[in-house]
Design a binder for this molecule. Structure first.
Ligand SMILES: *Cc1c(COP(=O)(O)O)cnc(C)c1O
Length: 399
């Protein structure tokens, strides 16, 4: 029986043979996934590793990416989310209930702290803030469920005392979650980072940064090694309807091939720029984990065996430079664009007023306005020249 044209347009009768081999995998776009028959419908179970049932739960395109992210981070299981912040939210909403206590580093990614403050206000979660440089400031009790870590903090770049913090959490039976965006799975192995094989339970990663590398895609991941934790997270992922598009997944997958090369290039450039910044008199501090004057440098050295130190470097201007002067500096940068995020091809600068950001005292940080530089893929000599020009222009009018 020949179908009428309207039906034939929907049920294509001619289809080119599939399954050729290509460099990049094909892109699946799916809400509906078609079951071959009722047996296929009834045979499936959500705990199957590649359970193809509906677009939100995964396609070959998204599973390929999640497998690769899990591998880069030396984990086993990975869930994808539409942004890094959404991945953070998934962990918080999965493991925190009323009256549970969560400990969070004072230098944690700001929106994570905001999300936890929201859970405290509206859902009765108890939020405690600790100093990431002092493991003693983390004081778990029987209500403590989760410890949030970040290495290094993405604005002030202190590298935390990961070994002692994780050791303490394990002893107290507290889950550990690490924001692994800075290390990206390349600077250190979050699941096994010490001689005693200490590791965190969960990592989140803003794939928006190094894995995407383009400054154009938003995505996040939650990686675990433990099947039970993964299943808990998977259920919450399903309940919340979290999903990402096949096109976005394919874009990030395509960028993974060059991720390590980009990361190393940006880390090398940042080191060079950091050394130059240290010779300049406008700054009272240059913050970078590989800078021996930067808080947490010793902790960085314990764990990061290579010169893998990401592409971020921050400066605190001397107090005589006020907001007007520093705005002038930022406005006179030309290669550095003013913007949030990092890990893309274009270098970025962002200005922060630290006194509005922290809950605990920060004696290790100078008073003054902070500018963070996110080093892109440009030649570092040109970037240094750009900073120098902007400093000269700022000083023109400075008395
Ligand atoms: C950017 C970032 C996030 C959030 O990622 P988005 O995809 O922008 O939501 C989380 N943590 C860190 C350290 C980040 O830099």
């Amino acid at each position: 029986m020949k179908n009428k044209i309207q039906t034939a347009l929907i049920h294509a009768e001619r289809k080119a043979p599939q399954y050729i081999e290509t460099i990049q995998p094909p892109i699946f776009r799916a809400s509906t996934i078609i079951f071959k028959n009722t047996a296929a419908l009834f045979d499936r179970h959500w705990t199957d590793e590649y359970d193809y049932s509906y677009g939100t739960h995964g396609t070959p395109t998204t599973f390929t990416l999640s497998d690769n992210i899990a591998q880069i981070e030396s984990g086993r299981y990975c869930l994808l989310a539409p942004s890094g912040l959404s991945a953070i939210n998934l962990v918080n909403s999965c493991f925190l209930n009323r009256d549970d206590e969560v400990w969070v580093a004072d230098n944690i990614y700001g929106p994570n702290m905001e999300h936890l403050d929201y859970l405290q206000k509206h859902y009765g979660v108890v939020v405690k803030v600790y100093n990431p440089l002092l493991a003693e400031s983390f004081q778990p009790n029987e209500k403590t469920k989760l410890l949030w870590l970040e290495a290094a903090g993405s604005v002030t770049l202190e590298f935390p005392d990961l070994v002692n913090l994780v050791k303490k959490a394990k002893q107290a039976n507290v889950l550990t979650a690490l924001d692994n965006t800075w290390g990206a799975g390349l600077a250190f192995n979050a699941f096994d980072f010490s001689e005693e094989h200490l590791g965190v339970d969960i990592t989140i990663h803003a794939l928006t940064k190094y894995p995407s590398g383009g400054g154009d895609i938003l995505m996040g991941s939650v990686v675990t090694k433990d099947k039970k934790l993964h299943h808990q997270l998977f259920k919450m992922h399903s309940i919340q309807g979290i999903s990402i598009s096949g096109d976005d997944a394919a874009q990030v997958q395509r960028s993974l091939a060059s991720m390590q090369i980009r990361y190393e290039h940006q880390a090398k450039s940042a080191l060079k720029i950091m050394q130059w910044l240290k010779t300049n008199h406008a700054f009272s501090q240059v913050l970078h984990p590989a800078n021996p004057d930067s808080a947490g440098h010793q902790h960085w050295k314990e764990i990061c065996t290579t010169e893998q130190s990401a592409g971020l470097v921050s400066v605190i201007f001397k107090p005589e430079y006020d907001l007007t002067a520093i705005r002038k500096f930022c406005d006179n940068l030309s290669l550095f664009k003013l913007g949030f995020s990092w890990g893309g091809p274009v270098s970025l600068a962002m200005l922060y007023q630290l006194n509005q950001m922290r809950k605990l005292p920060t004696p290790h940080l100078a008073k003054g306005i902070l500018v963070r530089f996110c080093i892109g893929l440009e030649d570092p000599e040109d970037l240094i020249q750009d900073i120098q020009n902007a400093l000269e222009k700022m000083n023109d009018n400075h008395i």
